[in-house]
Design a protein around this ligand. Sequence first.
Ligand SMILES: *Cc1c(COP(=O)(O)O)cnc(C)c1O
Length: 226
Amino acid sequence: MTMIAANLQDVRARLAAACKAAGRSPAAVDLLAVSKTFGVDAVLQAFDAGQRAFGENYIQEAVQKIAALRHLPLEWHCIGPVQSNKTRLVAENFDWVHTVDQFKTAKRLSDQRPLALSPLQVCIQVNIDHGANKSGVAPHDALALARQITELPHLRLRGLMCIPEPCANFAAALAVHKRVKTLLDELNADGLSLDTLSLGMSQDLEAAVSAGSTLVRVGTAIFGKR
Ligand SMILES: *Cc1c(COP(=O)(O)O)cnc(C)c1O
């Protein structure tokens, strides 16, 4: 077994244990393998170990991998910042984008989504802990942005994504993750139908699952140190 296959097994076991501890079905949480900075070989090893969904931060780097692996049934998620001059590459190459925090970007993605492809699946990134230089919409602006995005024809709004600051312990991480879950619940109570909470990374996936994450984004614990 390769190191990546063994790591994937460990991460799946962590997820299963976290779901069990939270009284949630293991089927309720999907695993996104974050392959940024790793090559096509690493993605292939994860694919051979059963992984299908991959997350990438750097658009140019991702587009090359996506092209090289076009023959495989992979799902590609953009989890890095999307500058205006990169929206076309994202719209043409990815299945999901997790990092929308402005209507302007969403509109460009919808306009540039090729009609031959199914709608681009979108999460709104939320800056839950008000980090100064962080991407993400302020929590109180999330509802208005969500309503605008649902009007765009070639996007499908799926939920919220967040990258909280690292926390000192499980309880602190759980508390901040729960604030994102509460915001999702509030948007749904306001008439949206969002099914995705993109929350949790290598360090904090247990707290994220406990708070209600449906999609954890794991890089280091699968592929090793970057
Ligand atoms: C790099 C990255 C991850 C993965 O982080 P690890 O700590 O390596 O698991 C998850 N989400 C985003 C947005 C990232 O940029």
